[in-house]
Write a protein that binds this ligand. Structure first.
Ligand SMILES: *Cc1c(COP(=O)(O)O)cnc(C)c1O
Length: 422
């Protein structure tokens, strides 16, 4: 099936006489005839639902859909994108380990990796998105467990060279984890380029309607966990009477461990109603992404003609620093998000934002409604100047998330706000 069809049909196939739309199984628990049936579920010797902290039929259908869209063997939904990235890392790391991550990634992830993981004894070595292979290799230590990047960095809008990072990761026997939030599988399928694990904040384009926060982890099923470096996936798990994930679950070892061990213990699983709403967003994702990209390209081209705009970062624009990488990894477009630097410094940027009438000033991105945000004073205000520069954030940078309104109306609004900021 092609992507448009997967968006609509994957994950849920009603049998004769069953509901056409995905049902909301709003139940914490599931009834069984025999104690032994439930015992087998706890032992992982049988599959089925028993408690909605680690599995629920509505959420499961959405997980299967997203796994199919990304080309993975399985997926695990979480209550936020933050939870997805946290569990994706903790599934492989313990105190004393380290990870390598790109410094231009989302501010919330930088904070999670640089501050909170450090408190848990896991160190993060940051490398530039544009680092060459030697630089990436130098950040890899004997205790490194994984490399982490973002397909399209929020909000710097740099394109991640998946094959370059995958090459270094695999040479060292390490998996590459990619946060594919802005691209979505409609614009890029990182597994096809060598990513081993893919994460998302489903809060963004996947939900698309600003309804609910959520996340997901997708397992490619391709990483050789039995390469001697990942005993937690090959040795017996005593919390499950000696289950060995690779032996017992094969290609789905990583995602099974994340669910039965980490989701069991951390309990960040979404409710059925949330999965139902996410599914509505997914059903139209392929169609929406196409329009986001075409609207954004038109708006970016318009911005380049304005004397109030110092620069525009939109990788699909010829002349953009990441144009060549975008052509390779994001040939259908680089989402609806762009970052622009307004002339006149921070004050002019704020004046521009406050003068917008159609576009809203809000802490969100990747919504059907056009919206703007000032990273330096909002989402990234917890970062120091050095981290801001490393994350590619200029003090007067505005992140513009172009929505699905008519593009003429979006441009008219931007035009009047740019005049007002003069
Ligand atoms: C928003 C975002 C996150 C965090 O997701 P939440 O759903 O807000 O927890 C992680 N990564 C990227 C790229 C994001 O844009």
């Amino acid at each position: 099936m092609k992507m448009e069809t997967k968006c609509i049909h994957s994950g849920y196939e009603p049998k004769n006489g069953e509901p056409r739309a995905l049902p909301i199984y709003q139940s914490t628990t599931f009834k069984y005839d025999k104690t032994a049936d439930i015992g087998a579920l706890f032992d992982l010797s049988a599959s089925g639902y028993f408690y909605s902290r680690i599995g629920n039929p509505t959420v499961d259908a959405v997980e299967k859909k997203i796994a199919d869209m990304e080309g993975g063997v399985g997926a695990l939904c979480t209550t936020s994108g933050q939870a997805a990235n946290l569990l994706a890392v903790l599934n492989l790391c313990s105190a004393g380990d380290s990870i390598v991550a790109v410094s231009e990634i989302y501010g919330g992830t930088i904070n999670l990796f640089a501050v909170t993981l450090k408190r848990l004894g896991i160190e993060c070595h940051f490398v530039r998105n544009d680092a060459d292979e030697e630089e990436i290799q130098a950040a890899v230590k004997p205790n490194t467990r994984l490399i982490f990047g973002e397909t399209l960095a929020n909000p710097a809008m740099c394109v991640f060279d998946i094959e370059k990072f995958a090459g270094v990761a695999h040479k060292n026997g390490l998996p590459l984890i990619i946060d594919n939030t802005f691209a979505t599988p409609v614009l890029c399928r990182p597994i096809e380029f060598g990513a081993d694990i893919v994460t998302h904040s489903t809060t963004k384009y996947m939900d698309g309607h600003a309804l609910q926060v959520g996340g997901v982890i997708v397992d490619s099923g391709k990483f050789p966990w039995d390469n001697g470096k990942f005993p937690e996936l090959t040795a017996p798990d005593e919390s499950y009477h000696g289950v060995e994930y690779v032996r017992d679950f094969g290609a789905a070892a990583y995602i099974t461990k994340a669910r039965v061990q980490l989701m069991r213990d951390f309990g960040v699983y979404p409710g059925a109603i949330n999965a139902f709403l996410l599914n509505l967003g997914l059903e139209t994702l392929a169609v929406r992404m196409e329009r986001y990209c075409s609207n954004a390209e038109t708006v970016a081209k318009y911005l380049l003609t304005s004397d109030m705009v110092e620069s525009v970062s939109y990788p699909s624009l010829p002349g953009d620093k990441y144009y060549a990488l975008a052509q390779k990894y994001l040939p259908k477009g680089s989402s609806g998000v762009m970052s622009l630097v307004i002339k006149g410094g921070k004050d002019a940027a704020v004046k521009f934002m406050d003068s917008l009438k159609l576009a809203s000033n809000e802490v969100h991105v990747a919504d059907i409604r056009t919206c703007v945000l000032h990273p330096a004073s909002e989402t990234h205000r917890q970062l120091n100047d050095e981290q801001l520069t490393a994350a590619g954030i200029h003090p007067s940078m505005v992140r513009l998330s172009v929505g699905l309104e008519n593009v003429d109306d979006i441009i008219a609004d931007v035009e009047q706000a740019l005049k007002a900021a003069k």
